[in-house]
Structures are given as C-alpha cells and as structure tokens.
Design a protein around this ligand. Sequence first.
Ligand code: ZN
Length: 244
Amino acid sequence: MKIGIISDIHSNYEAINSVLKNMKEADKFLCLGDIVGYGADPNCCIEKIIDLNCKCIGGNHDFTVAGKLDINYFNYTARVAIFWTSLQLKKENLNFLVNLEKKIELEENVIAVHGSPQNPLLEYILDKDTASLIFSKFNFKICFVGHSHLAGCFSFNENNNQIDYINLSNGGSIEIIKNKRYIINCGSVGQPRDGNPQASYGIYDLKYNAVNIYRVSYPVNLTQDKIINAGLPRSLADRLSYGR
Ligand code: ZN
C-alpha cells in the first residue's frame, strides 16, 4: 500500500496536475489542506481533490475562505487572495471546504494535521524546541503536517531523547524505524518556500516502512500568467520562480 501525500496546493492547477501525473504508484491519497489561497485556480484544484475521493483536512486558508477562521490572522497579500477566492468559488466547492476536518487519524498512531496537533490551523513546527513539545504532548508514531511549505522531517529517538531534523528540499527518503517517532512535512505542491521552486509531494510506503519525498517541475510561467491576469498581487506570481 502506498499513500500519496499532498499539501498546500494553493490554487496552483499546473502544479497539482504535474504532481498527480507523477503519483501513479499511489493506491490512495491524503491531502493536508490549503487547497486554495494565493493562486488563480481555486475551483479546479478543489475539484481535483474531490475527484481523488481521499482523506483531506483543511488548512488555515481553506477555513478562512469557508468563513470559519478570522481573516485578520493573515498578511495583506494573503487577505487579498482569500477575498478574491471567496468570490470565485462555486457553491459545491465552497461546501467542500466548509466540511473539512482539522485533524484525522490515518491509521493507528499515524495522524495528519495542517499545522500542528495542538493548534491544527495556525501553529508552524519550524524548530526542534517546538517539535520536542509536540513529541512530548502527543502520542503518535508519525504526524504528517503541512503549513510551513518546507519539506523536512523531525525525528525523536526514544533511546536517547535526541531530536534530529533532515531538510528534504531536494527530496529524499525517511526510513520509519522502531524506537523513533516522526513529524514529516512532505512540502508544498503549489507554493514551495524551501528554495526549490519545483512542486513537492510524498509517498508513504507502508510495505517498506518509508516516506519518500519527490520534487517535480511544472509550467511555472503559465501559473504566474494566470495570477497576474486575475489581478492578484504580483508578488504571489514572482515568488513561484524562486520557491520562497
Ligand atoms: Zn499553506
């Protein structure tokens, strides 16, 4: 069994399209939220996820467009995109966002949240101190997260209490072993911020007990033209060139 893991698509249709074409090996999918926000194709991206018929949780952008989170948590550029998105959405697609959960259990001891288990919509797990707190407060073997748009993995070694971080911005493989616990971010499909502009995704291979992170190119220019033509802030197009 292989589970394809996607997160932070952010209305980038070209990116999700390229990613799904490269995920033919996946038997099923898990989506970690922020389907919308920033980009110009919110309806097409939500419809892609509906078609996958997969487990999906909501992110801070999805919840805000759905009217369930205060827009003042966001900076000006993000607010413009959220407002724009809410004017574009078809009723059935908005309904899909309204019904998204904040947290799911994929299997025993494997959980998925957008930000962190203690604050699913808003907290970023960016450093070992935060990761340490999460490992001590919550009892999971693997916690899949999104939100930071940085592909990487925190691991906790139960033998010596050591926490390590591996940067996975160029892809890579994490072996799931006994006596270790993991917080894994498979990166962002539609707006990477780890310095690699390629779309990021993961495959959780249950047979071989590994999570593999891959990067894939997509026609960035096309996505950028759509953002500019939609009248969205220019910076949202520019940053896709750099993966920042
Ligand atoms: Zn996001």
